[in-house]
Structures are given as structure tokens and as C-alpha cells.
Design a protein around this ligand. Structure first.
Ligand SMILES: N[C@@H](CCC(=O)N[C@@H](CS)C(=O)NCC(=O)O)C(=O)O
Length: 220
């Protein structure tokens, strides 16, 4: 059986978990917080969460795992069949990952974990990337009603677990409302947030966040 290694406070873990749930896949949930042991590095070489153990071996890197899920598992298609449309979904996945989630992540310490303010240098490099990331998603997204068009895809799964984090960073670190940069996000997040699987993942995340804070002695 597939094993998903990670923890529910991780937005990347949640992307893979949501994809597995959307596919109706059976999998074992294995709690891993820290990826520094030799055993874990042999499965996820950068030590990052999530990791998916498959019957053929382990995989890391969320977008790679999502591709594997699509290729290997039964269930509703989460990529369009058409090659160009499929690539377009991957493009939107990359925009969310590289230009929303990753820059915002540099400020997570300040935004979520009370670990002191990020430097002005970091702020100066993060803000323009987030701004352009929002503009790119606004230009290339279709919002009809899903990000890539009329079907729910991996672009939605990755956006759902990237934009809200970036928006929270925007608000708390920059006093900046990212929903003004990407006004279409509000309706999209409402549509996505109503999916029963999204509701379940959000509930588990709230619980997982408490566990994570307790484990790491984080207040708040
Ligand atoms: N590029 C990775 C990013 C995953 C990631 O950053 N995971 C975080 C948890 S949300 C993590 O493992 N952080 C620990 C670390 O970076 O060493 C992916 O796509 O899966």
C-alpha cells in the first residue's frame, strides 16, 4: 500500500494528501516531522516532507508525486487529456509553487511561528516576486470556475495550499492585501473550500497545527 510520510501542518503534504483523497486512493499516513535521519534521507534525499512510498520505491518533491499519482492511480482525472491543456495546468502549478509559495515561505517564521522579523533584504526580494506571481496567475488562470478552466485539477490543489499562505504573509509581514493583486482568488478559494475533501483536509490541518506547535514549543 502507498505510504504518505509527513505531517498535516505542512501545506505540501496536504497537496499530496488531497490528491490521494480526490483519487479515492488507499494509503497509510506515516507521521514524519523532521527529515534528517539517514533512513529518511534515503527516501527523500533533500530531507523534505512529503515523501510517498510506492510499491516501486519512494518519491519526493510534491509536483513529481502529483504526476506519479495521476499516472499510477485510478480515479477522476486531475490533469486534462489534451497535451497543451495538461502543460498549462503544470504551468499554473509552477507559478503557485515558485512565485507564491516559495517566496512567501521565506517569511513563514515571522508570519506563523513568531521567530522574529525577517530582514529588510529578504522583504525587498520577496515582495516583487509575490507581486509578479499574482500577476502571472491572474494572466494565465481562467477562473471558470477552477483555476485552469471548467475542471478541478492539480493547479487548484497547489493554489489552494499556496495562495492563502502567501496572502497571510502579505498581510502580517507587509500589511499588504494580496487579494487586491489577485481579485479572482476570493471566488476560486470559495469554490475550492466547499469541496468535502478540502473541508476535511482543512480540519486535519487545524488539528495538525496544534500538534506541530506543541512538538516545537511554538506559542500562539
Ligand atoms: N520542494 C518541496 C518542498 C517541500 C517542503 O518545503 N516541505 C517542508 C514542510 S512544508 C519541509 O520539509 N521543510 C523542511 C526542510 O526544508 O528541510 C516539495 O515540492 O515537496
Amino acid at each position: 500500500m502507498l505510504k504518505l510520510l509527513g505531517f498535516p501542518a505542512s501545506n505540501y503534504y496536504n497537496m499530496v494528501k488531497m490528491a490521494l483523497m480526490e483519487k479515492g486512493a488507499e494509503y497509510e499516513d506515516v507521521r514524519v516531522y523532521s527529515g534528517t535521519s539517514e533512513d529518511y534521507l534515503s527516501k527523500s534525499a533533500m530531507g523534505k516532507v512529503p515523501c510517498l512510498e510506492t510499491p516501486d520505491g519512494s518519491l519526493s518533491e510534491t509536483s513529481v508525486i502529483l504526476d506519479y499519482i495521476e499516472d499510477a492511480l485510478e480515479g477522476p482525472a486531475l490533469y486534462p487529456a489534451d497535451p497543451y491543456e495538461r502543460a498549462r495546468v503544470r504551468e499554473l502549478v509552477k507559478y503557485s509553487e515558485l512565485y507564491l509559495e516559495l517566496p512567501a515561505r521565506r517569511c513563514y517564521g515571522e508570519a506563523f511561528f513568531g521567530s522574529g522579523p525577517v530582514s529588510q533584504e529578504v522583504k525587498d526580494s520577496v515582495r516583487p516576486v509575490l507581486e509578479r506571481g499574482c500577476q502571472a496567475v491572474a494572466r494565465r488562470g481562467r477562473f471558470a470556475p477552477y483555476l485552469a478552466g471548467d475542471s478541478f485539477t492539480y493547479a487548484d490543489i497547489v493554489f489552494l495550499h499556496s495562495f492563502p499562505m502567501a496572502a497571510a504573509v502579505g498581510q502580517s509581514v507587509f500589511g499588504w492585501n494580496l487579494f487586491e493583486e489577485l481579485p479572482q482568488a476570493k471566488a476560486l478559494l470559495e469554490v475550492l473550500g466547499q469541496r468535502p475533501i478540502a473541508v476535511k483536509v482543512a480540519e486535519d490541518t487545524a488539528e495538525g497545527m496544534k500538534e506541530f506547535r506543541k512538538n516545537y514549543g511554538i506559542k500562539g
